[in-house]
Ligand binder design. Structure first.
Ligand SMILES: [Zn+2]
Length: 89
């Protein structure tokens, strides 16, 4: 599975019926197992991401949170530079 497929699978599991046996209360062992499966897929998706993909995601997150009207553009560009160079933001 590709990272994207793992994400999709985790999302499908979490948005689907949490218990295939129709238990009347939430938090049954079937639901716990579903959540565990989704977590495994999410973990695999993250682990399978390349370093480049991680950097791109970090830059996108930074840009998404950036307020171009009020925040300091120079600081943002420096932060992007650091991420692109492989450092942390
Ligand atoms: Zn159940």
């Amino acid at each position: 599975m590709t990272p994207a497929e793992h994400w999709t699978e985790a999302d499908l599991i979490l948005t689907g019926d949490p218990c295939e046996y129709g238990c009347p209360h939430s938090g049954c062992s079937h639901e716990m197992r579903m959540i565990a499966r989704a977590q495994v897929h999410a973990t695999l998706a993250g682990a399978a991401m390349s370093e480049d993909t991680r950097r791109l995601a970090a830059i996108r997150a930074l840009l998404a949170a950036f307020d171009w009207e009020h925040d300091d553009r120079q600081l943002a560009l420096e932060a992007i530079d650091r991420i692109a160079d492989g450092g942390e933001s």
